[in-house]
Design a protein around this ligand. Sequence first.
Ligand code: FCB
Length: 402
Amino acid sequence: MSEPAFLWGAATAGHQVEGNNTNADIWLLEQVPDTTFAAPSGDACDSLNRWPEDIALVAGLGLNAYRFSVEWSRIEPAEGQFSLAWLDHYARIAAACRARGIAPVLTLSHFTSPRWFAAAGGWGNDAAPAWFARFAGRVAQRMGRLVGHVVTFNEPNLPLMGRWIATPIADPARRSLDAMMATAAWACGSDRFAVWVYSRGDDLPRLLAGHRAARVAWKAVAPTALVGMSLAIPEIVGDPRAVAAYRRHAEDPFLAAARDDDFVGVQNYGRLVLDAKGVVPPSPAVERTQSRDEYHPQSLGPAVAHIAAATGRPVLVTENGIAAADDTQRARFIPAAIAALDAVRGQGVPVLGYCHWSLLDNFEWRRGYTQQFGLHAVDRRTFRRTAKPSARVYAQIVAARR
Ligand code: FCB
């Protein structure tokens, strides 16, 4: 198994594209009466059945990497019961990638966990790291031969980032998240239901123990794999004390853990401007994305450089992209973001690759289907995929370099 010198990829996540992930904790949150989700995930992009089409789209763009995730709730539907059939399913996806010269970048936990895990308290349970490492080991036994890059967790620092930005006690969204999880606990006959991505972040030290244990479990089976985790890394600018405080809170514990990894996954969607009081909203004059964030593709460069310097590890850009109903904005974004990445690579910052988020317009969590991050549009009734002009722009940049 030889890996490309530089990975040019596109990214998806199981729950966002597969559809009918009914045994996952987040599926239940979408269904409870007090859900804060704009829509349930439902069939998503039907990638459960259409994954060969998705790989064909990646190949059609001339990319050499595809980031996707396995769904723990399918592979281990009840604690300790592993599904060989679902392990085979994901192994077939990885093998199909390899057959087309595409390196799979595999995420083990992209926000979702099995329902039984959430109902057992999730990362609040002392057994969680061992459960997660056992799952990782089983995936490695089936897929280790096929996968060169493994991401244990997707954005485990997100709860802390959210907590730092919003004042937790006064935040009505916080209260509605807690209420939704309490209803889910009741619905599955438990006194708890802990979904880490919507938590206050109190259990994250144990999640980091799970990260380390999963890395050890994977490497015991496949020692040459590169293993890391992906972090949400906005470019942070403004008042130096506020910047330092943000980093202490939402980055440093993760960067300390990442120093023992093979790479750090960076996921950048722009920048945060801070003053002594907190986040400074973008001025009315600036260009915005569909999600009302500042349009700022240049942030990718400084975000990557900061993480490489802070950890001494190479960076893999595991996500970078833009919510844009108007695809011409994405078509401008992609060359600008890649130019920013080129600039820091030119200064010697070690970068293993770039994966664009996302291959497809998909289920964007609590925002339902209202945000378009895809290089391809997906018809919500027929699931037909159609390449957008921005996909061509990305393909041309990659073709000129490969
Ligand atoms: C990231 C998530 C990814 C997607 C993008 C837009 O935080 O990792 O699943 O929702 O945002």
